[in-house]
Design a protein around this ligand. Structure first.
Ligand SMILES: Nc1ncnc2c1ncn2[C@@H]1O[C@H](COP(=O)(O)OP(=O)(O)OP(=O)(O)O)[C@@H](O)[C@H]1O
Ligand SMILES: N[C@@H](CCO)C(=O)O
Length: 321
């Protein structure tokens, strides 16, 4: 999975009639991903990704996401370009879903990231922050700190047995700490907010693509860095790899230097980023849809990451002086 919505041949022909990209030669569902329905579309002109937006992506946000991809690509960043239909719009409709056709990017995501990959991820993230700085639209981060308590309350409703009193009080204590100490003013702009290994492609030892902008928003740049440290620098046994972290942070600052404040808040932002993914994963884990083929991701991986960052006092734990 993920193909939630099937497209008939008639619907596909009708959609492609709105574009100048030729007729379909093939259109195959893509198994990866959990949010939207994605197809690998081959037409007379090229290969493309056809995405049908499903329930979690709000239609009002699509001009931001697609406009951002276009803006980043035209600034030379490795984002796929959305394709304009004959009417000049990126967004169309098929099978009663909003839909877009996106440029296909070559390259492959890595299953086991090396420190070198982490360095490349850090510099790609800084390039994204820099290229996004003159993007005109903005979008509030709907998964920032204000959303975590309501998400936690949603997880608690129904008193699931998985949430022991010890776990509840650990999360409650962490939320209170984060709410009392969260910074109000750090360098901000457009962030990717979900730059996990499945969202970066590599080719010939370089980043060839950055995809999946459907959590992108305006927030602290260093929060994006915290999300990446969590996603890229822990090993499968839960241990933190300081060499990978050093490479990622040095890759980032080779393009965009950190302010003193960003560095001093990094451990706290890493705690917050851990709780953000712990809570969304926990919510999905407790609210699995019967019969859905999507395997929920392990929330407790992120609770352990949160526990690691709670013991961090300075950025030297992340490999910086
Ligand atoms: N522009 C692209 N070029 C090549 N392949 C792509 C492109 N966009 C998406 N894909 C392929 O489709 C898969 C799913 O895409 P994507 O991650 O955007 O889906 P999603 O449902 O939003 O997933 P997620 O669970 O990561 O939020 C990717 O893993 C990749 O294989
Ligand atoms: N990257 C998210 C999934 C949403 O794309 C996670 O690992 O929880």
């Amino acid at each position: 999975m993920a193909v939630y919505t099937e497209i008939s041949d008639e619907d596909l022909d009708g959609l492609l009639a709105q574009y100048d990209i030729g007729q379909a030669l093939s259109c195959k569902g893509i198994a990866e991903g959990v949010e939207n329905s994605n197809y690998l579309l081959h037409t007379e002109t090229n290969f493309y990704i056809l995405t049908l937006y499903e329930k979690r992506v709000s239609k009002e946000d699509l001009p931001f996401f697609l406009g951002l991809m276009q803006h980043l690509a035209s600034s030379g960043f490795m984002s796929p370009k959305p394709i304009r239909a004959k009417n000049g719009e990126f967004l169309q409709e098929v099978a009663n879903r909003p839909a877009a056709i996106i440029e296909f990017l070559d390259g492959r995501s890595v299953k086991r990231a090396s420190p070198q990959h982490c360095g490349l991820v850090g510099s790609a993230l800084a390039q994204l922050h820099t290229a996004g700085s003159d993007f005109k639209l903005s979008r509030k981060n709907t998964l920032s700190i204000e959303s975590w308590r309501p998400l936690f309350d949603g997880c608690k409703s129904g008193n699931p047995v998985e949430l022991t009193s010890q776990l509840l009080s650990e999360i409650e204590g962490e939320l209170q700490y984060l709410e009392a100490n969260w910074p109000s003013d750090l360098p901000s702009g457009v962030i990717h907010a979900d730059l996990f290994p499945d969202n970066i492609f590599f080719l010939n030892d370089a980043v060839s693509g950055v995809i999946d902008y459907y959590f992108a928003c305006n927030d602290f740049f260093a929060f994006d860095l915290a999300i990446c440290l969590n996603a890229w620098c822990f090993e499968t046994d839960g241990s933190f790899n300081i060499t990978k972290a050093r490479k990622l942070l040095n890759g980032y600052r080779s393009i965009r230097p950190f302010s003193k404040e960003e560095l001093s808040f990094l451990p706290l932002l890493c705690r917050g980023a851990s709780i953000r993914f712990f809570l969304t994963r926990l919510y999905d884990w407790l609210n699995q849809v019967d019969g859905a083929l999507v395997k929920p991701k392990d929330p407790f991986e992120y609770l352990k990451k949160s526990q690691f960052h709670r013991l961090v006092e300075t950025v030297s734990a992340y490999g910086l002086d």
